[in-house]
Design a binder for this molecule. Structure first.
Ligand SMILES: [Zn+2]
Length: 182
């Protein structure tokens, strides 16, 4: 992987890593292999050249509806609330894409923090489906507001509803990841 310089490269690389991790989890692998790396490089190249697209949020929506009994962040059951994935405080929308079920404890501990900043503080990595939803919102935002071709240096001076700096480009091994809580 060459050096990542633009917002587009960083977001697409992260999304391609997500797909790589997804395929490894599907097969219950404990580490990544050539097939997973191939998925990653193909998707990255496809996204950069425009021959592939980020899928719509529809399949995430189905998972959310099916998952309603557990906190999307930690898996706790019981008393759940709807949490804004991108906090309202930072400009996150009050729409279905941005709302997921969370327990009271995660909801209040996350508060106004960016998802990845909050996860880093706890030394955790989000469930892949949560990260996927988050990345899609970030990519949609950056597409709409013309941020994709900004350099990572340039974008540091922008007020954004999320932290580009904290978007993960190195993913933990599959044995340390979960897809979603059910
Ligand atoms: Zn929770």
């Amino acid at each position: 992987m060459k050096e990542i310089r633009t917002v587009r490269e960083k977001l697409y690389w992260s999304y391609a890593n997500l797909a790589m991790a997804h395929t490894a989890l599907d097969k219950e692998q404990t580490k990544y292999g050539p097939f997973n790396f191939m998925i990653r490089s193909r998707l990255f190249k496809g996204l950069i050249t425009g021959s592939m697209n980020i899928h719509t949020l529809l399949d995430d929506e189905k998972i959310k509806l099916g998952a309603g009994n557990h906190c999307s962040y930690c898996g706790a059951g019981g008393n759940l609330a709807l949490d804004h994935l991108i906090p309202r405080y930072s400009g996150g929308q009050d729409t279905g894409d941005n709302l997921i079920y969370a327990c009271r404890s995660c909801n209040s501990s996350k508060g106004k923090l960016d998802l990845m900043v909050w996860m880093e503080k706890q030394k955790k990595f989000p469930p892949l489906m949560v990260l996927r939803r988050y990345l899609k919102i970030v990519i949609t935002y950056c597409t709409t507001f013309d941020r994709l071709d900004m350099s990572l240096e340039e974008v540091k001076n922008q007020q954004l509803p999320f932290s580009i700096e904290h978007i993960p480009i190195d993913f933990p091994k599959p044995s340390e990841l979960i897809m979603f809580y059910d």
